[in-house]
Ligand binder design. Sequence first.
Ligand code: ATP
Ligand code: MG
Length: 440
Amino acid sequence: MRLSRFFLPILKEAPREADIASHRLMLRAGMLRQQSAGIYTLLPLGLRVLNKVCAIVREEQNRSGAIELLMPTIQSADLWRESGRYEDYGKEMLRIKDRHERDMLYGPTNEEMITEIFRAYVRSYKDLPLNLYHLQLKFRDEVRPRFGLMRGREFLMKDAYSFDIDQDSARHSYNKMFVAYLRTFARLGLKSIPMVADTGPIGGNLSHEFIILASTGESEVFCHKDYLDFPVPAADVNFDDVSGLQGIVDKWTSLYAATSEKHDAAAYAQVPADRQVSARGIEVGHIFYFGTKYSEPMKAIVAGPDGADRPVHMGSYGIGPTRLVAALIEAFHDDAGIKWPEQVAPFKVSILNLKQGDAATDGASESIYRELTAKGVDVLYDDLDQRPGSKFATADLIGVPYQVLVGPKGLAAGTLEVKKRADGSRENLSPAATVDLLSR
Ligand code: ATP
Ligand code: MG
């Protein structure tokens, strides 16, 4: 992508409305635009990151055996009357009427709708277990939308819903998501800690929140420090191995970890003092097992092996991809801007032509841009007619992992300078070695 043809509305000044680094940097780096309180447009740079986050979320959902579909954002109130949640949900739910005066709503979550889909098609234990998920916008009229994508009113969610014949099998479905979540956040470059959680309006009796430690997090959390060094299950983890998965979950729940709502000061006091972590955290995922809470009132009934009908056991599992984009910036930034981990970076490389209009730098920049692009590398080529200082500032701000500096001095010596955004390290390489390094 040539910067001259991209849409990257960088802001020079730090916007006053932003209180935390991720919100400020997303606005400055031309990733995000507020349309109303808590409602945002993702500008092209922001969307590129969100798409990468979603791709990793999808890969790990698919690996665990979940199947993707797409449900609508607008739901009928009648569905929610069946579960009893239409009245219960309160002001967070945006209620609307269509032209025929029918009560509709913009979905804050999809338990009712997925239960309706399930009961329309599935009758027998032979079709179980089943886990269906989607990535879809949600609307929750939060009392205090703030911190940009961190707490929006409209936001993207990955929500998965599992269906099982009984509690034991539902526990295995829960464990699959638990492990998939550990892998998802680790692949994004984040250390997540599963914490015992309240079930809130979703209801149920088994639930964990996945928390990223961050000073700007909205949750107050307490945990054992060893979690930060626990190894995450590898890609070849066998999701069908019931006791193997239970072992992983047991290990990841063996030490103390709770958010303030579930905090047990006496239990926490048992953690050795030098292992206690009392910090703030960001909730990036939340999983629930809630048994027959929806299947009973909504009559999602399946026949078991004995031929007898029974309500199906369900769980639901959320991840906030838009919140994750913000959480990633909270974890990876410095005073100059964002420092994206490579796997979620909007581009892998930016080429900075330090003397636009100069035959030598133009030629070298063009050729390295073409070579890297041909090798499938995501490259942003800063071909604007601007001073080097301003190009450096833009590159640091938007946080692309590798910067290739193409200047007349280096070229005279046959080299380009490659700067790593993560640690600021630099090396001089020939154009061929640069292509080699960056296309690995
Ligand atoms: P919170 O406690 O932060 O309000 P929640 O418990 O209401 O979240 P869930 O219903 O568990 O949220 O939603 C699943 C996931 O969706 C959360 O773990 C979070 O990552 C994301 N999420 C929830 N609310 C928001 C929001 N207002 N803005 C952005 N992401 C959100
Ligand atoms: Mg939650």
